[in-house]
Design a protein around this ligand. Structure first.
Ligand code: PMP
Ligand code: GLN
Length: 384
């Protein structure tokens, strides 16, 4: 079929996971933890499943979860959120992104994305008939080119889609960068859709700052969170959007026709999870930070040039020091088949026609048991 989606390939995450299975490789491609998530959150879901209710919950989400999302916004960021009008529960951040773009964009609008960009952004914007305007961040530090961003804004700019902490780079946007974005959003009377699914996966020396907390941004931003990332429960597909009523109203209209609602027992369990003590959130970040260090040391040992990562559970390397003669896609295929370790090529996060696509970088996911991380490093060392 000739349509935006009919003309698309299969997402790289599915392609690489299938290749990993085919070759019996350690899958450090698609991002998902290799544990089952917190016992108490799963117990809360089991109880809610048995106790019910199990029929359609309210369209915007069960009250307990909407309240918990509002309370978490206050607790972590000092944001005052009206849980009845300003919170929407979705089936994962993936649906949340779709709802936001459907709810806010018209054909002919422009939407700015920063590349490398999560792979769903561009097709979803284009499916709305809107135009993607992309601004590339440059490795190894991926700092925001403020002048280039300024010239990407126009009188057609409806919104910027900002992902911090950023997949696949592990970049955490600084206050100075966020202020520059906020200034442009105000100057162009635009909005910001903030994909903050990795909000709690941030390492020492860095802090996650929601764009929404900056002056003038409360009325112009929607923020997206994901229980998949915050509770290591990626299969549950529970996401949440927080934003001002005038933006949430059209976004809820999109949600009512995309999924209408999300399984109630899982919502109830995540409401419990969001109320967990600070030590839960601190331990999540510090355990991942230790895994980042373990993975980085192993990858350096192999001979890779390892790029910095300050948040998320992804780390990027430059494979050129290994002497591999080929593209990032070829490298990922080669290590999956020969070293039996799968990774994701960074070029998958760029539009095919983007002007400067790096072809020498690959992403490894490190939310895995230490023994798996060590084994992956050893296999890559043998390969190199
Ligand atoms: N945005 C980004 C940047 C992601 O990495 C992911 C994880 N796949 C998502 C959105 C989607 O999250 P979810 O699994 O909650 O749909
Ligand atoms: N967000 C995950 C990643 O970047 C994958 C999600 C998916 O498979 N769609 O690896």
């Amino acid at each position: 079929v000739n349509s935006v989606f009919g003309n698309l390939g299969t997402t790289i995450f599915t392609v690489m996971s299938a290749l990993a299975v085919e070759h019996g490789a350690i899958n450090l491609g698609q991002g998902f933890p290799d544990d089952e998530g917190p016992d108490d959150v799963r117990a809360a879901a089991a109880k809610a499943l048995i106790d019910g209710p199990n029929q359609y919950p309210p369209m915007p989400g069960v009250p307990a979860l909407r309240q918990a999302v509002a309370v978490a916004n206050k607790r972590f960021y000092g944001l005052d959120i009206d849980w009845q009008k300003e919170v929407l529960v979705t089936s994962g951040a993936t649906e949340a992104l779709g709802d936001c773009l459907m709810g806010l964009l018209n054909p002919g609008d422009e939407a700015i994305i920063l590349e490398p960009a999560y792979d769903s952004y561009k097709p979803m914007i284009e499916a709305m008939g809107a135009k993607v305007v992309s601004v590339a961040l440059e490795p190894p530090f991926w700092s925001l080119p403020i002048e280039k961003l300024a010239s990407a804004f126009s009188d057609k700019t409806k919104l910027i889609l900002l992902n911090t902490p950023m997949n696949p780079t592990g970049k955490v946007f600084t206050l100075v960068e966020l202020q520059a974005i906020a200034d442009l959003v105000v100057r162009h009377d635009a909005y910001a859709v903030c994909d903050e699914v990795y909000e709690h996966l941030v390492f020492s020396g860095h802090r996650h700052i929601p764009l929404m907390t900056l002056p003038g941004m409360r009325e112009r931003c929607v923020r997206i969170g994901s229980a998949g990332k915050t509770f290591s429960l990626t299969g549950w597909k529970i996401g949440y959007i927080t934003g001002p009523e005038h933006l949430m109203t059209p976004i809820m209209k999109a949600h009512q026709f995309v999924t209408f609602t999300t399984p109630p027992a899982l919502q109830t369990a995540i409401a419990f999870g969001l109320g967990k003590e600070d030590s839960y959130f601190e331990a999540l970040a510090s355990s991942l930070e230790a895994k980042r260090d373990l993975m980085a040391a192993g990858l350096r040992e192999v001979g890779f040039d390892v790029l910095p990562t300050d948040g998320t559970y992804f780390i990027t390397v430059d494979f050129r020091p290994l002497g591999f003669n080929g593209t990032d896609e070829e490298f990922c295929r080669d290590i999956t088949v020969k070293a039996k370790v799968a990774a994701i090529p960074l070029s998958a996060f760029y539009a095919p026609d983007a002007p400067q696509v790096p072809r020498h970088l690959v992403r490894f996911c490190f939310c895995k048991q230490d023994a798996i991380i060590t084994e992956a490093g050893a296999r890559l060392k043998d390969y190199a």
